[in-house]
Design a protein around this ligand. Structure first.
Ligand code: OGA
Ligand code: MN
Length: 281
């Protein structure tokens, strides 16, 4: 079967058919996959059966594996590169990171080199009365830029926002050592995608605490306005998961959030890998 790329019709996301990720992938096919990933911001493959080492190997083709703070506690046995994202508790103990990313965000934007992208492989997906729960939403930061009026484009181009890990409104407050390891960073509000050259807005309510050169009040209202603009319905793709989905997103092109509309005994289990990125420009 040959590779097919099927856009979802939303401003981001395409399904790729005709690829079995448990088999070796030739360079030509990989180049098509990578191009679709850059172009569509989110790509997904249905009905996959990949082992943890196969997922790690596939992730590595997009860049070095990024280890994050969750991996220390929640990695898969034998595969420290994979973080378990799950709401499941066994013997009263959580088996993975619960409630990862409930609010709109781009992964690890508070670091100097945020990851290029993130991959989730769906193993268990919650359902209730036969309906699927636990969707993930993706908003196109590229479509959001395209939709900005010129006056606002001129006002923000070349400006940097402050991303402050300690200022983030988190479900779980960060520890002192996490804060010390993540000093505030300054990233452009308008990023240029390193492969496509598309401009993408980079601003979120939870992570951005100011804008260089602007008064605090003005900065906060501008961040809020931009963050809300990015996640307007016209910019969104909502992924309804099936077990066996392998999906990856680009942290420059999209923001995402997890819909938390389920709880035990509905089980959700994902294997997550992250690929290294460059300093945002
Ligand atoms: C993440 C994340 C969303 C989800 O793993 O970074 O935001 O739906 N996950 O699990
Ligand atoms: Mn996330």
């Amino acid at each position: 079967m040959s590779l097919e790329i099927i856009p979802t019709g939303a401003p981001v996301a395409a399904e790729i058919r005709g690829v079995d990720l448990s088999q070796p992938i030739g360079d030509n096919v990989f180049a098509l996959i990578e191009r679709a990933y850059d172009e569509h911001g989110v790509i997904f493959f249905r009905d996959q059966h990949v082992t943890p080492p196969q997922q790690v190997a596939f992730t590595r083709r997009f860049g070095d594996i990024e280890f994050n703070i969750f991996g220390e506690r929640w990695s898969v046995a034998g595969s420290p590169e994979i973080v378990v994202v799950s709401n499941i508790t066994e013997d009263g103990k959580p088996i993975g990171v619960k409630r990862a990313g409930e609010n709109w965000h781009s992964d690890m934007c508070y670091t100097a080199r945020p990851p290029r992208g993130t991959m989730l492989y769906a193993i268990e997906i919650p359902t209730l009365h036969g309906l699927t729960l636990g969707d993930t939403e993706f908003a196109s930061a590229a479509a959001a830029w395209d939709a900005l009026p010129d006056s606002l484009r001129h006002r923000i181009e070349g400006r940097r926002a402050i991303f402050d890990f300690s200022g983030r409104k988190r479900a779980f407050p960060p520890s002192q050592s996490e804060i010390e390891r993540n000093p505030p960073v300054h990233h452009p509000i308008v990023r240029t995608h390193p492969h496509t050259g598309r401009k993408c807005l980079y601003a979120m309510r939870d992570d951005c605490t100011g804008i260089d050169g602007l008064e605090q009040d003005e900065a906060e209202s501008l961040i809020a306005a931009l963050a809300d603009h990015i996640v307007k319905p016209a910019h969104i793709y909502r992924h309804q998961w099936r077990p066996g989905d392998l999906l990856m997103w680009d942290n420059c092109t999209v923001q995402h959030r997890a819909i938390q509309d389920y709880d035990m005994p509905q089980r959700r289990l994902m294997h997550r890998t992250t690929m290294g990125g460059a300093v945002p420009a």
